[in-house]
Design a protein around this ligand. Structure first.
Ligand code: HAM
Length: 513
């Protein structure tokens, strides 16, 4: 036996209803449907237009679908019996977004969207659930070991996405030649990784991604870096707080060629080298040896990671090096754009994802307290690993968690309040349809209106208005209404006046122009 609930709300104000009409809706139950979609609802409509919502619970046999106990509304029979007590916290590593958190999230996403719009990117999205094959790579990356993967009811291997890039590649491949290049897309989506939790790292996070496909030169990377810097500035963060470390996987590639490491090991070597700050140098060396990198080569590679200037890099790789040429051009363009002070060359930045082939970068807080704020790079060969043609591509992912920690630390979190223009309060229940009319007109004028939905005392209405920090309170009383007026109280100046509905709406319209 299981319990099922259905919920129906009905709206007031049906103009053609005779006054004081009483209607009873009865739902018909077919056994195949029964599944709890059972309800009996009655609605009283009258001059005062009462508004009601009923929930009715019925006991349904899970196999036959037959109702074994009639539904009982909470109004008549108290709350439904507790079926099973549950943990009120969300699963470990995940978050609820109650209104204050949600306001912050919406604000953050709005900044992401606004920056993307300024850079003429178009928004895209993909399913949170993808085929597991999209994320399975053999280079030993942490991300593939953290998949939330399972078999669905149809026996397909699926996974919650740990990142957005493979989905973007899939969509580009699906569009094929019909998609004109370059593509400039951004996305904001929830990603799932079974992570060990630290400050700013959780099992579910939202990522803002911007990607450019079809541009082989570092001009694309510079646009992306400029977008990141634009975002930081927009939320009040300066280059004193944050920097972006830049390198290129071509640095490692030329070292591997020099030490005759087989090209097939490139991605796996990058993934191991990326661990250099998380595990000991000895452990990194051991992992490199397992990949067939000889001791001398491993030493050479790890020593090269300490290089911190392009001149030094040039000394190591030679003037003809593609990596040096790209990086020099990138810094020179960033200088032209005016954000070179945000960038630092750091050969130790390799990034833990297998698919990067060129420039790699990571945003970091200069106090060194937080994990990477954002990260990205060039991945010119990802599409061919999915059976498509090699296509120049680069992009970044920017999480919602670390940036919020940083804004908190710097006292830069915005104070966000729900903004309410009017509270409409009928002083008598008989005026509820009229209150509905005033509310509708104000909303049509673009105002945010909270209509008091229950019969309440004036004192309560004032307290409520104060708590919501509403701007104005509109009181509907019979004597004012008979004169075609309402009483409007300005809640900051405390001034009040009786004005006609037309005047109120005209004022509301002008305030929103
Ligand atoms: P990623 O470095 O794995 O790159 O993630 C990018 C950003 O997402 C991180 O810098 C961080 O802000 C955030 N992030 C990642 N994991 C977590 C987590 N467990 N909790 C909170 N935030 C997290 C990628 O995902 C690439 N796909 C980015 C990319 C796009 N590359 C090219 N295009």
């Amino acid at each position: 036996m299981r319990l099922a609930c259905s919920r129906t709300a009905c709206l007031a104000s049906i103009p053609w209803m005779p006054s004081r009409a009483s209607i009873v809706f009865r739902a018909h139950i077919s056994p195949s449907h029964a599944a709890g979609l059972f309800q009996t609802q009655s609605l009283q409509l009258g001059a005062s237009c009462s508004f009601s919502e009923h929930r009715t619970y019925a006991a349904v046999d899970a196999t036959s679908g037959k109702i074994t106990e009639p539904g009982r509304g909470p109004a008549s029979a108290g709350p439904p019996p507790v079926v099973e007590s549950i943990d009120y916290n969300p699963p470990r590593g995940t978050r609820d977004f109650p209104p204050d958190e949600m306001r912050l999230r919406s604000w953050l996403f709005q900044q992401f969207r606004e920056v993307s719009r300024l850079f003429a990117f178009e928004e895209v999205d993909f399913p949170v659930l993808e085929s597991e094959a999209l994320f399975v790579r053999k280079a030993g990356e942490e991300i593939t070991q953290q998949l939330y993967n399972f078999e669905d009811k149809g026996g397909r291997r699926v996974s919650l996405r740990p990142e957005l890039t493979p989905s973007l590649a899939r969509l580009v491949l699906q569009k094929g030649k019909a998609l004109p290049l370059p593509v400039k897309w951004f996305a904001i989506g929830q990603c799932w990784r079974y992570e060990r939790m630290t400050r700013g790292r959780r099992r579910e996070h939202y990522q803002w991604n911007m990607d450019i496909l079809g541009i082989p030169g570092v001009e694309a990377e510079v646009e992306l870096l400029s977008a990141i810097v634009t975002f930081f500035k927009k939320v009040g963060i300066s280059s004193n707080d944050v920097g972006i470390k830049i390198s290129s996987r071509k640095v490692l590639q030329s070292l591997l060629e020099r030490f005759e490491v087989p090209p097939g090991s490139f991605a796996a070597v990058c993934v191991v080298v990326d661990k250099v700050e998380k595990i000991t140098r000895k452990e990194v060396e051991e992992e490199l040896l397992k990949l067939g990198v000889l001791k001398d080569a491993a030493d050479g590679i790890l020593n090269a990671l300490s290089v911190r200037s392009l001149t030094e890099l040039e000394g190591l790789l030679g003037t003809e090096s593609e990596a040096v040429r790209d990086l020099k051009q990138l810094f020179s363009l960033a200088n032209g754009y005016g954000f070179a002070d945000w960038l630092v060359f750091d050969a130790s930045v390799v990034r833990g994802l297998a698919y990067y082939t060129g420039t790699v970068f990571e945003g970091f807080d200069k106090e060194g307290k937080l994990r990477a704020i954002c990260g990205g790079g060039r991945y010119d060969r990802l599409l061919s690993t999915f059976g498509g043609e090699d296509t120049p591509a680069c992009g970044f992912g920017f999480g919602d968690a670390v940036i919020v920690e940083l804004l908190k630390d710097r006292g830069l979190l915005p104070s966000l309040q729900q903004e309410i223009d009017f509270i409409v309060f009928p002083l008598e229940e008989v005026l509820r349809p009229q209150a509905g009319l005033v509310t509708t007109k104000l909303r049509e004028a673009g105002c945010v209106v909270e209509l008091i939905l229950e019969s309440k005392k004036m004192k309560w209405a004032f307290k409520h208005a104060e708590r919501l920090q509403a701007k104005q309170l509109v009181l509907l009383g019979s004597s004012e209404w008979e004169r075609g007026c309402v009483r409007v109280k300005n809640l900051s100046s405390r001034e009040e006046e009786d004005i006609s509905i037309d005047e109120l709406i005209t004022k509301a319209n002008t305030s929103k122009e």
